[in-house]
Structure formats: C-alpha cells, structure tokens
Design a protein around this ligand. Sequence first.
Ligand SMILES: [Zn+2]
Length: 482
Amino acid sequence: MKKAGETFHRMVRKALSRFSARRAPAATAAALAGAILSMLPLTGRAQYPTSGRLFTLQQSGPVSNRLNVVIFSEGYTTNDLANHFLADATNAMDNLFSYEPYQEYQNYCNVYAIAVPSINSGSTHPYYLTTNNTFFGSSYDPAYDYIITLPATGLVKMTNLVNSLLPQAGLPVVLVNDVLDGGGGGVADVISRGAGQREILCHETGHTLGKLQDEYDYGYPDLNLNIVTAAANTSQTTNPISWSAWITNGTPIPTPVNTMPAGTVGLFAGANYQTTGWYRPQEDCMMRTLGSPFCAVCSEALVKAIGQKARVPDNGNPATNGIITFTNLQSQLFSIIEPQPLTHNLANQWTVNGTPASGATNLTFLFSPGQYTNGNYTLKVTVHDPTLLVRTDPSNYLGGSLTWKLSVNVYQLNLDNIRLTSAGGFTFRASGNAPYGFVIQGSSNLMNWQALATGSLSGGLYYFTNATATRGSYYYRARLQP
Ligand SMILES: [Zn+2]
C-alpha cells in the first residue's frame, strides 16, 4: 500500500506541476445521459455504514471476465447519498462511456458504486481555507484549487473497501461531491462532479487504466520530474519507437509539427512536461489537451488494458473440464458466451484437431460424432478481435480460446462377408466397436427373434458360422450388449 501511495503522489506531483503553467481549458457540459436510478427512500446512517454499501450500476458479465469499475462516494453525507449519489455515479459512468475507446468496449465493463458516508458535504479547499470532514479526506490543491488528492490514509480506506466488497475491482474512481472541476489519476481516478467531469475523468482514466503519461509540455524545458521510464505513449529515443507499427514509411522522424496531415502518427517532440528529450505519437491527444480524441497509440493502450481485464470468451457450454465421451451418434451442441463491442463483431473459429471446421464461425458448433472415426479429439474455439484500434497485441489481450477434450467411442457393428462353406453352411463377419459384446439373433419373419450365439470382437472381428443350410429365407442380426 505504501508503494501504491507513493506512486499516486508522484502522479499528483506531476499533475500539480502541469497546472502551475497552464490551466485546463474550460470543459464542455457533462452529458447527463442515461437512466437516473430511483432515489433511495431511507436516509439513516444504518443504510450507509462506514463498512460501505455496494450497488450495481451495470452488469455485463462475470466479474472474473470484466473490467470492474468501482465508483466510491467521497464528501457525501447520508442525505447526499440518499438523494443523489447513485445518480451522480451513473452520470460519471455515462460520461466515461461517451468517449472513445471506452465507448466501444463498454460491454467489457461492469460498473459498481460503493457508498460510504462523510460528515460534511464536498471536499476540502485549502485555497479558501475551508476544511471538510470527509470519509477519504480528499483535498483540492492549495495553489490552484484544481487537483484533488487523497491522503495515504484515504488510499488505505479505499483499498480496504475494495478488499471487502469487490476484490476484482479494476478501475477505482473516487467521486468527489463537489461541483468545482478537478481531479487526479494514477492509482485511482479522483474526480469531482463538476461540469468538466467528462474530459477530466477520461483523461485521468488514461493514467489510471492505460498507465499513459501526459503528452504536454510547457513550452520550455523547465521541469525535471525524474521520469525515467517511458509509457506506451512516450519515447525518449528516435529508434526504436514502441509505436512503430503505427508509423507509415516515409514519415520524417522526428516529425515536425504543422507539416503533416491531421492524424498522422509519427514522433513529435514534447511530452512529459518537456519540450525536448521526450516524444509523443501525434500532434494532439487527450493526454495532451483535454477534450481532444485519444491518439491512435493511447487508444490502442487503453483497448488492450480493457481486454487484459475482460478476457474473451466468458465461458462455454458444456463445461470445458473433463472429457466428453460420445458412445452413440447423437450430436452435441457446443456454445460460448462473449462480450460484444459496440460497433463491430468478434471473429470466432471452431477447429477440430487444429483443422478449422468449415463455416464454424458463430457462437455455437454442432459436433456430430458420426462424422469422425473413433478416437480422441480436441475441439477448440478461438476468439479474435479484428478491431482497427489495435495493431500490436503480443500478449493477445484481445483474444482467447476455449478447449474441450472429446472421445468418440461409438458402439456399432457391421455384418458382411457372407460366404458359403464347403460343408454346405455359411459364415458372415461382424466388425466394428462393441466393447461389451453382442448377441447374434435369427428370425424367419423379422418379428420373432431368437438368440443364436453371444460373441465379442477379437482384433475388431468376429465370424459367425451356420454349419448347415437353412431352407427358405432367414434373417440374422447382431444386438449390442449395453
Ligand atoms: Zn496519446
């Protein structure tokens, strides 16, 4: 926890530095789309214990296979919790999912709210010398009244709530009940419910979820923050470049600004608060200017971060553990469940022993044992995300597979090779698969059958001999023993 706190404070220090030279541009009004949850009727403290109360805002799949976003209440009294916390949390969720690439992958996310009561409403503002007694102890920064941070004790409280209520939390968001714009990112998003929430939340999630670094500078190389490790969206070198898969041949490296078509991915000088020594992928990006779209490289990193939490597919039916044995010719339907990106489909392919089954690209596959000889088979479905947002995914965060072990052991007999014997009788042969033996039966009318012999295959074969000729028509059959 200490280490996490230090990381958080380092992020805050970076964020603080940024605003010493430039305030964020005015944000657009938050889009308050989506259903507002009904107000809670009870307001007593018992409804909101300090041990936290968990609410579900969106459940798209199992917690084990989703990015679980958890929104904590900060600076909400019990009355505030009853009156508008869930509505505020829903607005925050809708704000996040209104911005790409979060929007495209919102079905890869579950969203929860954890309500904990504060004594006072709002956050602390040292700038105005106002102090509020709140659950996590959040505070705006004293210099610009913009950066919101939690003390180490607040981060411990957050961790304890996560551990007790939702250990699978993947993106913690501390929602501060204060209408003044502000926030921070790193270990957790800290975000007010001000009008600029959408842009700030999506930017800070770039830090917290995508582990992205800031792409802006201050126009002069004045800051030495001792950042030594590049993120997915920053580079200290002109070769190699971690996002080279996005750079078209012929693009000048480094890439001069204001010379390339909009959207060009290259290597632009200036990132991590420095004008030199650090490079960014595109001229502009959400990690550089609040409200701009994420650049291709940041977007790719965020999509992979979501995919890493929400491994596809979810599960299969029947279950994949154990061996599924086929002893008769009845077909079996196999199926999978997978989350659905908003505007494109995942690509599925079913294979049997590594060979793609023709046309088997859906969520289900019908396995017909009669099409296979007896033996063991591996049935596998591979899921691939063909999104154009990702070009490099060596860990295959966006794909996955499920495997079933099958054993085809169908019991059946063939009767053939009828031959006359020199003694005037005849023989015929039984072959196939009959581990529990069989009975040879005879009938003159196909209705009344009598047992003539019991047999079992030897080396896969059995010969029945009728020593003397039988007059007229007579019928033979073999019945498998169960
Ligand atoms: Zn970027």
